[in-house]
Design a binder for this molecule. Structure first.
Ligand code: FE2
Length: 303
């Protein structure tokens, strides 16, 4: 319980800090800074941290910065694990007709993925069970979208993305284009669960709060086409026990798909020789909203 004198001092400080932004010419920036100050001071006055606790918070954010480099983006992990990434995506991808839902981009998208032809294999030597992925790209009127660019990427069977290895490999990522009927087909590997990188400050936060770093099994998509809203999403594996506790809150029911298991020796439709191995098969029909409905602030992939 704070006295009225104490409350008055705290509120007077908030008012002075808010007023310091009165001269901000950019009205959007002014609104953002005022809201930030309002919520930050609300947080402080709610939590009432000791000075040592505030210092620990600053030390934590400093460690997040030090952990971040060209290959490791600890701030994205922090945003993801606090649900801030998914909230931003929800705000920027308003529900529109039957447009496919968006989810987090995650820290492992890279520019300049290799191109694969229709029916090609994105695995590039990545370990894992072969998985045939097929579907269509359509707009919300149901018209096929030919020439849509699909960026796809995923972890290997050991739970690592190519960029997490230190040998500069490129694997389990590629881009391809939808055909004249909006269709696409490619080989990948059956998604498996993996932990987000948890050897840094975000991992310590998860451990301290009793949370798991595991992500539900998924395959990433970034789908773009002229005049349509760029879609950043994943598909998830129905039956995965991690769907309810995904560490970045990325799961949406509409994105959970049946990965049909194919027993060893089942011939795939394209005649690919799988040497008698088991494989899986999934269908993902993608619907893109019109561009004018807004979308994520993801830089469009270079052609
Ligand atoms: Fe991922």
């Amino acid at each position: 319980m704070t006295t009225s004198e104490q409350q008055a001092r705290e509120e007077e400080l908030v008012a002075r800090v808010l007023a310091s932004f009165d001269g901000t010419a950019d009205q959007r920036l002014r609104a953002i800074m005022r809201s930030l100050v309002t919520h930050l001071h609300g947080f402080l006055r709610d939590v009432r941290p000791t000075e040592a606790e505030w210092r620990a918070g600053i030390d934590f954010l400093t460690a997040v910065g030090h952990m971040t480099d060209e290959r490791r983006q600890e701030f994205i992990l922090l945003s993801d694990t606090l649900g801030a990434s998914m909230q931003t995506i929800a705000i920027n991808n308003e529900a529109y007709a039957d447009a496919t839902e968006a989810t987090v981009v995650g820290p492992f998208f890279t520019e300049d993925s290799p191109h694969v032809a229709p029916g090609g294999d994105i695995a590039g030597g990545a370990s894992g069970e072969p998985c045939l992925v097929e579907g269509t790209v359509r707009d919300t009127s149901g018209a096929p979208v030919p020439g849509a660019r699909l960026e796809v990427w995923e972890a290997d069977a050991d739970g690592f993305y190519d960029v997490q290895y230190d040998d500069d490999r490129t694997a389990a990522r590629a881009h391809l284009f939808s055909d004249d009927d909006g269709g696409f087909r490619f080989w990948a590997v059956t998604p498996t669960p993996y932990p987000i990188p948890h050897d840094g400050p975000v991992g310590r936060m998860l451990a301290a709060t009793g949370r798991s770093p595991m992500r539900a099994s998924h395959l990433h998509f970034l789908v773009s086409a002229a005049g349509l809203r760029t879609l950043v999403t994943h598909i998830f594996v129905r039956g995965d026990e991690l769907l309810a506790t995904d560490s970045v809150f990325g799961v949406k029911e509409s994105l959970v798909k049946d990965f049909a298991r194919q027993p060893p020796g089942t011939p795939p439709p394209d005649g690919r020789d799988l040497a008698g191995a088991s494989w899986s098969r999934v269908r993902f029909d993608i619907v893109l909203a019109p561009a004018r409905t807004g979308g994520p602030h993801v830089p469009p992939p270079r052609e």
